[in-house]
Each structure stands twice: as structure tokens, then as C-alpha cells.
Design a binder for this molecule. Sequence first.
Ligand code: ASP
Length: 306
Amino acid sequence: VLLIGSSNALIGFDRGIEILRAGGSALDAVEAVTRVVEDNPEDHTVGYGGIPNLEGVVELDASIMEGATHQAGCVGGLRGYRAAITVARAVMERLPHVLVVGEGAARLAAEIGLAEEEMLSPEAEHIWRDGIEGRLDKSSALANMAAAVAGLRTPPVDAEIDAGTVDVIAQDGQRRIVSAVSTSGWGWKYPGRLGDTPVLGAGNWCDDRHGAAACTGLGELAVRAGTARSAVEAMARGAGAPDAAKAALEDLRLLEPPAGASMNVVVVKADGTHAAGSLSAGATYAVWEAEMAAGELRPRVHVPLS
Ligand code: ASP
């Protein structure tokens, strides 16, 4: 069994490995790990306590994908509920659909018995206000949001706060792979903006024949390049996991990303080998292999864009 993910997933890995070691499914494992991160108020990029959109409303995106049959569920712009990954799983298991957004996503959350709550934590509200006051003229921001968001197109000042997401990929005892991604998206985003997280092929792709990949970073890039799928396609053509991560990130050159833009991908090959890549130096990813006593952070391959 195997669990890998973005570094911020590590806090939930005990839960996931417990499920996998007890013979549970990769599907249950990735959901459980993601829920721990969604519950973490200190993570301002996922679930409760995420940085809100420009209007101060937290909107979550998530996706979950099974490698065996490409069964998948995605939600976008979910308001009022923290467990976005569980709602994505409900889309996959209870609806004949793949992607549900906004009011419909919230309705489904209520139907499966999740509790509605205020998602803006006091701390996230502070960060949001600081950002509005420090970086935008508030009156013009709220009157002309398009202009305000365009003003934020330069890479966010503090990548730790403005951008982030959780990726979790598990392979269970039956060698089934499932990938999950959950995010509050780009802080101060235009209301209704969706990034790569709920878009299959962009932020999340899973295929038991070849492997799986999931992204964090400037989602617009992964949407335009189909980054998660391009990593898996590289493995389908015979690449190892590190080369697949590298190829998917090198493919972003065509897009001429803004200087300092972030994009990161974690990759598992069907044989259980894994790697991760980042446009940024010094980045890490989380790993818990079957024989390990605890999960740990490992370095990502650095793929500079120029
Ligand atoms: N990829 C996420 C998005 O674009 C944000 C991030 O990972 O930083 O919504």
C-alpha cells in the first residue's frame, strides 16, 4: 500500500495508512486524509479556514477519481460546507453526473447530512481584510471586481497564503489507485472562479493502467495545459514517475507563465513508484510507503521554466 500527497497532507496520513493496512480501499483512505486537512483551521488553502474570494466568501473546489474505471466526482464553488471531498464523492456515487457546482453542490451536501456552517474563520477573515486593504483599493475592488482581480494577476505576494491545495493519492492492497484534490482556490479570486482542482485532466487524473497525478499551484496553468493528464500520458508512453513529473511541468513553457508562478505535481506510477515536481526550488511532498513507520517529506524534482 502507498500514500503520497502534497506536504500539507501529511497531518492526515496516519488515518489513511490505518485504513489501507486494515485492508480498506484507496477510496476511503484518500477521503479520510483529505477530511483531516479540510478540518485543519491552520491550513488557509483547504476547507474550513480557507482564504475567501474577493467578496469574503469561502468557495471550495474538490475532485476524486478512481483509476480502475475513471469513475469520478467533482464539485466547484461549494459554499457553507467544509467537506468538499465528501461532496465530490457523493457526486460520483449518488448522481449520474461528474461535476456539480454552486447551489447544487450545497444542496447535495445537505442531502447527505453534512452540517452547514460559516466557513470563514476569524483568522482567514483577518488575512482577507489585510489583503484587501494592503493590496487593493477596497471601494474600487468591490465595485469593479474584474479590475481588482486583474490587479492580482501578478503572482501572489505570499504563496503560502494565497495559493495552496491538498493532493492525496493512495494505492491499496488490491493495487487500485484513487486520487483526491481539495482546495479553497486562489485567495481573493473572482467569485465563481474554478481552478484546476475540479477539472479532470487538469488538477487530477487517475488511471490504474498507468498511474495518477495531482496538482497544486496556479490552477489556470494546469487547466490550460491539462497537466495531471499529461503526466499520466507520459507514463503511458513508458516514462518513470520523475520523468513524467518533469515532462508535465516542462510542457508549461508554451504558456509563458508569469515570473514566479507556482505549479507542482505529485505522480504515482502503476507499479507503485512515485515522484513529485515543482517549478519552485526546495519544495517537498509527503510519502508513506508500506514498510515505513511514519510518513515523511521528500524533495520534489525542481523543474525551472527557463
Ligand atoms: N490549484 C489551486 C487553484 O488554482 C490553488 C493552489 O493549489 O494554489 O485553485
